[in-house]
Design a protein around this ligand. Structure first.
Ligand code: COI
Length: 358
């Protein structure tokens, strides 16, 4: 794959950029995209950066019928020194390949993908918003393009990267979100695709999400698919709790997404000398802690959501308010540090930032 050449065609019709204070999540796209095709027996070929435009696919393409597709989400920022940086992109590319493997899709060359991504961002760098709480969201995705109605891995694929200037994922911004604990539907079971970043996991979650939203909740907290006792993750985030001084997060059990922000939070806490326990956490334990007044803080972590405090959990008809519905000190400290490192306001002792121009 090392002989892959990247060709570049620039747009003749640059679009108008949105005002940074008007940005929602994932509604506006930049001037260019990256695309590359795969053909069995030939490998990846035709790597291009070109103007952003709709694509044309055969209606029988496998992706439409059997959902053979994977994606990633990461972000770029402009620092106060006008450097353009990415946050741990190698982690996302590694995970993309783990998802590829789970969905019987071809591996990508992570080094080449990072090279192409940096080039794309250099071209569209003026789209990176620099207002507090905004960033350039990066969505790499790969999908099966072979026209075939038999259930089998496709012989052809397309890998694309699109870019979207974004504001906060939740309309609440940094204000705590309200989350409904889901007892009826399940997201994933061990052995399924829960730890892969694949479209079907999200499509299957929409029913529960819709019901939660109709009841005034931002997202659902998923429980394990077998016993429906143990906490897994929230719709677009991993989740952490502080219970009687102990910081806990569900252990990676095969059905939970291995979040890059989750990993960063754990590494940061350990760097601060604060122990984090990755273990099973039951809803019963959380409820008992809430009753005893020892459920001190809860927050979600994710690329899109960053660090999102949870102010209320709704479970079996009961509201559990956390930290008076306000952001707790630990969640605030983690938010400030992670976003500080991401945006270049703080030192980066871990080497997490990657300069797009180097
Ligand atoms: C992300 O945090 O980047 C995600 O992929 C979650 C998403 C489905 C918006």
């Amino acid at each position: 794959m090392n002989d892959l050449q990247l060709t570049i065609e620039l747009t003749k019709h640059p679009k108008e950029k949105p005002a940074a204070d008007q940005l929602a999540f994932g509604t506006v796209f930049t001037d260019h995209l990256f695309t590359m095709d795969y053909t069995a027996g030939r490998g990846w070929h035709d790597a291009k950066i070109k103007p952003y435009e709709p694509i044309s696919l055969d209606p029988a393409a496998i992706v439409f019928h059997y959902g053979q597709t994977v994606f990633e989400g990461l972000k770029a920022y402009v620092t106060e020194e006008q450097e353009v940086v990415l946050f741990r992109p190698e982690e996302n590319l590694k995970r993309l390949n783990r998802s590829n493997d789970r969905l019987c899709m071809p591996e990508i060359d992570e080094e080449f993908a990072l090279h192409a991504l940096k080039e794309l961002i250099r071209i569209d760098k003026d789209w990176i918003p620099n207002k507090e709480g905004t960033s350039l969201y990066i969505r790499p995705f790969i999908f099966a393009t072979q026209p075939y109605l038999g259930v089998a891995p496709s012989a052809t694929y397309t890998f694309m990267i699109i870019l979207s200037p974004v504001g906060a994922y939740y309309k609440e911004g940094m204000n705590p979100v309200k989350i409904a604990v889901e007892s009826e539907f399940v997201r994933a079971v061990a052995g399924g695709t829960g730890s892969a970043k694949t479209a079907g996991n999200y499509a299957g979650a929409m029913k529960a999400q819709e019901i939660a939203e109709a009841n005034g909740y931002s997202q659902v907290l998923w429980l394990d698919g077998k016993e429906r006792h143990y906490i897994e993750e929230v719709g677009a985030m991993n989740v952490f709790f502080k219970i009687d001084g102990e910081i806990v997060t569900p252990s990676l059990n095969g059905s939970i997404l291995e979040g890059v922000t989750r990993k960063s939070v754990i590494e940061l806490l350990r760097h601060w000398g604060i122990p984090v326990h990755e273990r099973k956490i039951s809803m019963e334990e959380l409820h008992a802690a809430s009753q005893a007044g020892t459920l001190e803080e809860a927050f979600g972590s994710g690329t899109a959501a960053v660090i999102s405090p949870i102010g209320e959990l709704f479970w079996k008809g009961e509201k559990m308010t956390i930290h008076n519905g306000e952001i707790g000190p630990l969640s605030q400290r983690i938010y400030d540090t992670i976003t500080g490192i991401q945006t270049g306001k703080l030192e980066d002792p871990f080497g997490w930032r990657v300069n797009v121009f180097e």
